[in-house]
Design a protein around this ligand. Structure first.
Ligand SMILES: CCCCCCCCCCCC/C=C/CC(=O)SCCNC(=O)CCNC(=O)[C@H](O)C(C)(C)COP(=O)(O)OP(=O)(O)OC[C@H]1O[C@@H](n2cnc3c(N)ncnc32)[C@H](O)[C@@H]1OP(=O)(O)O
Length: 260
């Protein structure tokens, strides 16, 4: 039984809705990553499900990205286990045979943005408080190559390079302009817009669409698959560095002090 991920039958036949519910900010903790992988595996094996709308249960924060507390003050074995789970979620999402539509109903930084980029289509609520992007450099860390590749595949090399170097978090209109999302709609129309896009995608025969998706994505997937262990070791080495730990601690403190 999953606590942090809710899966519901959608209003349309063949569509499931997967909702993040990991308060306070839907950070991707190790437990949440594992629950997501299990939920996605079940959906992947369910022949009645052809498409999945991915959204947050509570509007405001879609996903706050990776859980910073999993990457601070832990031991190398923990970092390795955590990173393997991050890889596993990306591989499941990016290779899913289902149509994935992200209904972005809140803040969508870093790992949250990455999760939405694995979807086939992104609809974002038109709320100026919501931003999306790979903001890793702002934390003093760098997006791994497969985060970068996922962004490049979506927006092209030049836009990705600029967004990655600056760690830009785009508000909805800018996100649409740069192509990081496909559609921006009034907040109250987000779910219906996501379902309407889903219907268009489901009008295509599954096997033809699935083979095309694999053809487009396999080269990117293969890059990680062939060096998964090396990528884990590289993450563990970098994240364990004192300078990186200090940068992450400072960022976490800034988040905590924001309230005070
Ligand atoms: C020079 C060489 C460098 C080499 C470096 C190599 C490094 C190795 C590679 C590493 C790659 C790692 C990749 C990481 C990708 C990520 O996803 S990192 C996470 C990025 N996420 C963010 O930046 C989001 C941060 N959060 C926010 O901006 C805001 O919290 C919010 C907009 C999501 C929500 O705002 P609000 O509603 O105002 O809530 P807050 O008061 O800010 O937060 C409440 C509570 O939650 C805690 N929190 C927020 N985000 C996270 C998070 N991602 N992880 C863990 N915890 C989080 C926040 O601290 C508050 O906690 P307290 O209640 O104060 O305890």
């Amino acid at each position: 039984m999953s606590h942090r991920v809710l899966v519901e039958a959608g209003p349309a036949a063949g569509v499931a809705v997967l909702k993040f519910r990991n308060p306070p900010v839907n950070a991707l903790s190790l437990e949440m990553l594992m629950e997501l992988v299990i939920s996605l595996e079940k959906l992947e094996n369910d022949k009645a499900v052809r498409g999945i709308v991915i959204t947050a249960e509570n509007p405001g924060i879609f996903l706050a990205g990776l859980d910073l507390t999993e990457m601070c003050g832990r031991n190398p074995a923990h970092y390795a286990k955590y990173w393997e789970a991050v890889q596993e979620l990306w591989l499941r999402l990016y290779q899913s045979s289902k149509v994935l539509v992200a209904a972005i109903n809140g803040a969508c930084p870093a790992g949250g943005c990455l999760a939405s980029l694995t979807c086939d289509y992104r609809v974002m609520a038109d709320n100026p408080k919501y931003t999306i992007g790979l903001n890793e450099t702002q934390l003093g860390i760098i997006a791994p190559f497969w985060f970068k590749d996922t962004l490049v595949n979506t927006v092209g090399h030049r836009a990705a390079e600029q967004a990655l170097q600056l760690g830009t978090l785009f508000p909805p209109a800018k996100a649409l302009q740069v192509g990081i999302v496909d559609q921006v709609v009034p907040e109250e129309q987000l779910q219906s817009a996501a379902l309407s896009v889903m219907a268009q995608w489901l009008a295509i025969p599954d096997h033809a669409r699935q083979l095309t998706k694999t053809m487009m994505r396999k080269p990117t997937v293969d890059q990680l698959v062939k060096q998964r262990e090396a990528d884990i070791q590289s993450f563990v080495g970098l994240i364990s560095q004192d300078s990186i730990q200090r940068a992450l601690q400072t960022y976490l403190q800034k988040l905590r002090q924001k309230k005070g």
